[in-house]
Design a protein around this ligand. Structure first.
Ligand code: DP6
Length: 335
């Protein structure tokens, strides 16, 4: 049996769009911060016994279909590298997330990264596994590593150079914190996969972004991280989140992931930075209304107090409901 933990990741330069849907090859490189698996991540155990029938998978205690194309892609790649003859039989996978699944909080990223890490461990597969995780879900390749991780889009048609590379380890910037504001834990209406497909097909802004904007931003973001330059890191993060959501609006028909609360959070962060006289907080939003705020330790308590005053728990749920819901909210309240 093998057991692995992987943290979810928050993209600060977003991946949005594939040039090859089957192999999951992106139209631009991206960069993210991997969270601690103990705070927000997945834990997966995998076991193998050739006498067991089929492949079975339990996600958060519920049996799910293991026969999906993405899981089969991961199994096939692990099989190819492990020399095992038949991976359609004898595998049991148990996976648990410690945060709401499919709420725009990148559950698929830590999920596939952890699945591939556990299978890789079980079948003793050596070398870089991010190429395999990428074929489960694009953003999952970045969760194979901790700290600050870029996904290089690569040039090769077979995807062999479309890999995740660690830019800096988790110990690099210990004063950097991420605050997750759960605006809604409902399942998102337009999946990332479906949404980006529509954007590639219809948005001219997306093509411009991939070719003319992201390459330069990747270089500047990597430098900002290396220098621990929060003002530069924060500005690029917010600009990139805004441009990603602008491409969603530029998609036909348009896709809306942000809601009124998300937009109020954006205005709140700009007002906070204005008051501080410099960029001390930064927001980013993925394919959902939930916000991730980045802040350095020195400003964390001030920002957290302001957030809870400006965005108290919703009226239709009591504070107890929120706290009982899951551990994640516990953490948000604690801060
Ligand atoms: C907005 O990795 O979930 O979170 O490759 O189709 O599984 P698939 O998409 P996915 O897309 C993530 C999109 C994003 C931005 C990001 O994480 O870079």
């Amino acid at each position: 049996m093998a057991r692995e933990g992987r943290g979810s990741n928050i993209a600060v330069i977003k991946y949005w769009g594939k040039r090859d849907k089957k192999k999951i090859l992106p139209i631009n490189s991206s960069l993210s911060v991997t969270l601690s698996p103990f705070d927000m991540g997945t834990c997966t155990s995998a076991a193998y016994n050739p006498s067991w029938k089929g492949v079975k998978l339990w996600l958060n205690g519920k049996e799910e279909d293991a026969n999906t194309e993405r899981i089969q892609n991961c199994l096939r790649e692990i099989q190819a590298r492990s020399g095992e003859s038949d991976m359609k039989e004898g595998i049991r996978i148990v996976s648990t997330n410690n945060f709401p699944t499919a709420a725009g909080l990148a559950s698929s990223a830590s999920g596939y990264a952890c699945l591939v890490a556990a299978l890789g461990g079980l079948f003793k597969v050596e070398g870089d596994l991010s190429v395999i995780a990428r074929q489960g879900s694009g953003s999952a390749c970045r969760s194979m590593y901790g700290g600050f991780v870029k996904w290089e889009m690569g040039k090769e048609e077979d995807g062999s150079d479309s890999i995740a590379v660690q830019v800096a380890p988790e110990t690099h910037w210990p004063s950097l914190h991420a605050l997750i504001l759960v605006v809604s834990d409902e399942k998102k209406k337009v999946s990332s996969t479906g949404g980006m497909e529509e954007s590639v097909r219809t948005s001219k802004l997306l093509a411009h972004r991939a070719q003319a904007v992201v390459p330069d931003r990747m270089v500047r973001m990597e430098q900002a991280i290396k220098d621990k330059d929060f003002a530069a890191f924060g500005k690029l993060t917010m600009e990139d989140s805004n441009q990603f959501h602008a491409t969603c609006l530029d998609t036909w028909p348009p896709i809306f992931y942000l809601n009124d609360t998300s937009r109020a959070i954006i205005q709140f962060v700009h007002a906070f930075n204005e008051e501080m006289g410099q960029i001390c907080a930064a927001y980013t939003f993925d394919a959902g209304p939930n916000a991730v705020l980045f802040v350095e330790e020195a400003n964390l308590v001030k920002l957290a107090h302001r957030v809870s005053a400006a965005f108290p728990p919703s009226k239709d749920k009591t504070l107890e409901d929120h706290l009982a819901d899951d551990e994640l909210r516990n953490k948000v309240q604690e801060v």
